[in-house]
Design a protein around this ligand. Structure first.
Ligand code: ADP
Ligand code: ADP
Ligand code: ZN
Length: 210
């Protein structure tokens, strides 16, 4: 299989925000485990029922569930030339499993200090139709109810985008996910960009790497 890209970083780093441009540049489809899990929760599937409690409390969903989800996703025809992973892998075990089913050519880490994360997550809202990502202060839509990208009326806010859950998600990130940076560094495919600057500037740094 052709090579995939991993977008790496803490919750609220701007992975979803930057993914759109990377998809346009590379033609690789975005594979967001968070989006897939939320779809499963909404659909009420067995997987969604299992994942829901972990997501609501800001803990990671068990590796076996996530790895199963990714294995299935990679059998779809649009994954044939590789994909853009967003929010996966999040543990060493997930990265090891991934290395057996797909080739990762580059890991792009978006670095943002902890003290920025809460304000980012608590101001986040997304288009209910196309998923475009906005922020109350840092990236507002022209009209707070209307998507600039697709014109859809109706924005969504995530139930887990509250301060308490964000603290748990950050803790999970530092304990379970951040060790992956060294894991990928040792494999020579890790690049970091400064995520604590204007959205356009972050995008330019990423484009320079690609
Ligand atoms: P992630 O996918 O990594 O969780 P998002 O892309 O959803 O992160 O971004 C989290 C929030 O921060 C969103 O409300 C988004 O509009 C905002 N955001 C993203 N990048 C930046 C940036 N460089 N500066 C300020 N706010 C940003
Ligand atoms: P964010 O980047 O804003 O933290 P995501 O949408 O990526 O949010 O993930 C939302 C929730 O879904 C996480 O808090 C976690 O419970 C679960 N999740 C998503 N991806 C993974 C993964 N790769 N491994 C384990 N849990 C995951
Ligand atoms: Zn939209």
């Amino acid at each position: 299989m052709a090579s995939s890209i991993v977008l790496f970083g803490p919750p609220g780093a701007g992975k979803g925000t930057q993914a759109g441009n990377i998809v346009k540049m590379t033609g690789k489809p975005q594979v967001s485990t968070g989006d897939m899990l939320r779809a499963a929760v909404t659909a009420g599937t067995a997987l969604g029922i299992e994942a829901k409690g972990y997501m609501e409390s800001g803990q990671l969903v068990p590796d076996a569930v996530i790895i199963g989800l990714i294995k299935e996703r990679l059998t779809e025809s649009d994954a044939i030339n590789g994909v853009l992973f967003d929010g996966f892998p999040r543990t060493i075990a997930q990265a090891e499993a991934l290395s057996e089913i797909a080739e990762v050519s580059i890991v792009i880490a978006i670095e943002v200090p902890d003290n920025r994360i809460v304000e980012r997550i608590c101001g986040r809202y997304t288009c209910g139709a196309c998923g475009a990502v906005y922020h109350d202060l840092f990236n507002p839509s022209n009209d707070p109810n209307v998507c600039d990208e697709c014109g859809h009326i109706g924005m969504k806010r995530r139930a887990d985008d509250n301060e308490d859950t964000v603290r748990n998600r950050l803790e999970a990130y530092h304990a379970q996910t951040s060790p992956l940076a060294d894991w990928y560094r040792e494999r020579g495919i890790f690049s970091a960009v400064n995520g604590d600057q204007d959205i356009v500037k972050v995008g330019e740094e990423i484009a320079a790497i690609l």
